[in-house]
Design a protein around this ligand. Structure first.
Ligand code: UDP
Length: 194
């Protein structure tokens, strides 16, 4: 996987199809959690202020370019990226596969509505939804619900960087729950729920 540095942060040169193939391969055979981040310019700025978030981005298995600003920055550096891969793109593409999805985050009811839309329109297999919150005191219940549902892929909508830090913080419990891939998806459920 070709990696480009943008303001010191790694971004992978992947197309949507390649990102989906990687996630599907991990969802079948990864031995521990693989973290996927869709990196936009606001997140690049946040990482410059927040070393903990920067470390999460640097350790992620896959960082996709989400935002024309990153595509332009890579182009100007002479290390072009082939295109943009957003959270909405990834969730819609994964919905068309057999993979077992869990939708975490957004306001109460939103993840359920997004799941219903994708089940109907794409035949998605969504094994659970839960709003929860990124607060540490809510993590035990959230993790118990995920463990009970046994998803392959966990989509987390707590906004960046909270969602990405939440995934990194709970890597061990998520691996134990059988989750192979976790990705931060920002406002994706709101968009899909309409
Ligand atoms: N969100 C949440 N809990 C929080 C903060 C945010 O569930 O404590 C949800 C919010 O409802 C929305 C998503 O996280 O669905 C963030 O969307 P936004 O478009 O702000 O995120 P971005 O795409 O900028 O990362």
């Amino acid at each position: 996987l070709r990696r480009v540095l943008i303001l010191g942060l790694p971004v992978h040169d992947v197309t949507l199809a390649e990102a989906v193939q990687l996630i599907l391969a991990w969802s079948r055979e990864a031995s521990d959690l693989q973290q996927v981040i869709t990196l936009n310019p606001e997140m690049v700025m946040a990482a410059r202020r927040d070393p903990a978030f920067r470390a999460v981005v640097e350790r992620a298995a896959l960082v996709t370019p989400d935002g024309i600003g990153l595509i332009l920055a890579a182009h100007w550096r002479g290390t072009p990226l082939r295109g943009r891969v957003t959270g909405v793109d990834l969730v819609e593409a994964l919905a068309r596969t057999e993979v077992r999805l869990f939708f975490l985050g957004a306001a109460p009811g939103v993840a359920e509505r997004a799941a219903a839309v994708l089940a109907r329109s794409a035949g998605a297999t969504i094994v659970g939804t839960w709003a929860g919150s990124p607060r540490p005191e809510d993590a035990p219940e959230t993790l118990a619900r995920i463990a009970a549902a046994r998803p392959d892929v966990l989509c987390v909508a707590y906004g960046a960087p909270a969602q990405d830090c939440w995934i990194a913080r709970h890597r061990t419990e998520l691996t134990a729950a059988g989750v192979r891939v976790a990705l931060g998806v920002g406002g994706t459920f709101d968009y899909l729920a309409g």
